[in-house]
Design a binder for this molecule. Structure first.
Ligand SMILES: Nc1ncnc2c1ncn2[C@@H]1O[C@H](COP(=O)(O)OP(=O)(O)OP(=O)(O)O)[C@@H](O)[C@H]1O
Length: 299
């Protein structure tokens, strides 16, 4: 088992146990256990998520991420351990937490017969001070399918609607289960912008993802889960430094001016003891090309 990564600084690795929960903790999970047919799929898992931070839960298929998140959302009853949400016990405080926590489920969880905009308006009406529905429609590109029934939405359209429903009530803590899975690059960027804005507004965002670039771009703190346990926690930087390293190759990307002298850089690297230095200029990512070709408009 890998030791949790440790680092210092405001967005450093956090202790995972409830006993050492920080004052601004929005979610504290301690010793969580969930069994199916006698098998512990969550096996003594502990983690913390703070207000004003994006916390990513990563792990291979079947690691226990969704089960953990569903216990935190109150959708599953743990067999052991504790879950505290916004300072309240998840189970006894469920009624008080209903309007303070936003949830985006992996399968959407939306009524299939209703039209997209009706669903969002209906959810917004459940809150005393919801976000502006029109603004959410614009920024998540929902207008083109506003009158389409949920059952006829594409996977990506349903994802965006589910995200809008999760945040329309101005939650203090929001759970996003694979928020950009299956989204095109334009929609993914819109989702990322919204998630970052939630963080700046002081919301605690807890997300699961299989997209490592998503975790690297968004997460302040990462918890890596395997076999129902957290096997490493920390900032992306702390994990990159502390995690076991299989190789020594390092890639550095930067935007250079048109007349940049790559030969001089190669010579400098060689002079500083870097063997086999390769400097490749002008390479863009496939995503850059895709966005240039297809535009940045949501559709
Ligand atoms: N209702 C259930 N009954 C029995 N087993 C279940 C049930 N729900 C989940 N499991 C099992 O629990 C384990 C963990 O599942 P979970 O969905 O939490 O994993 P995950 O980390 O979210 O995986 P993925 O990345 O594939 O979404 C899996 O082996 C799964 O088959």
């Amino acid at each position: 088992m890998t030791s949790p990564a440790t680092a210092t600084g405001p967005r450093s690795a956090v202790p995972s146990g409830a006993g050492s929960a920080p004052d601004d903790a929005a979610l504290v999970v301690n010793g969580l256990v969930k069994r199916y047919q006698g098998r512990a799929v969550v096996d003594g898992l502990s983690l913390t998520a703070r207000r004003g931070e994006i916390t990513a839960v990563l792990g291979p298929n079947g690691a226990g991420k969704t089960t953990t998140i569903e216990c935190c959302e109150g959708l599953r009853v743990p067999d052991a351990g504790t879950v505290h949400v916004l300072g309240r016990d998840r189970r006894s405080g469920a009624a008080a937490l209903r309007t303070r926590v936003g949830v985006m489920l992996q399968d959407g969880g939306l009524p299939s017969g209703a039209r997209a905009l009706e669903v969002l308006r209906h959810v917004a009406a459940m809150y005393a001070a919801p976000r502006d529905v029109g603004e959410l429609v614009d920024r998540l590109g929902l207008a083109t399918f506003a009158r389409t029934s949920v059952r006829r939405l594409s996977g990506g359209q349903r994802q965006r609607l589910a995200l809008a429903c999760a945040v329309v009530g101005r939650p203090e803590l929001v759970f996003l289960d694979e928020p950009s899975a299956g989204l095109d690059p334009q929609a993914r960027r819109a989702v990322w912008d919204l998630v970052r804005e939630l963080r700046s507004d002081g919301v605690a965002v807890v997300l699961t993802t299989h997209l490592m670039d998503e975790a690297e771009s968004l997460a302040d703190v990462v918890h890596v889960v395997d076999h129902g346990k957290v096997i490493a926690s920390g900032t992306v930087d702390a994990l990159l430094v502390s995690a076991p390293c299989a190789g020594t190759e390092t890639t550095v990307r930067f935007t250079a001016p048109p007349d940049f002298d790559t030969a001089a850089l190669t010579a400098w690297l060689t002079a500083h003891g870097v063997a086999d230095a390769t400097v490749t200029a002008g390479r863009r990512t496939l995503e850059d090309v895709f966005l240039d070709l297809t535009g940045r408009q949501l559709r």
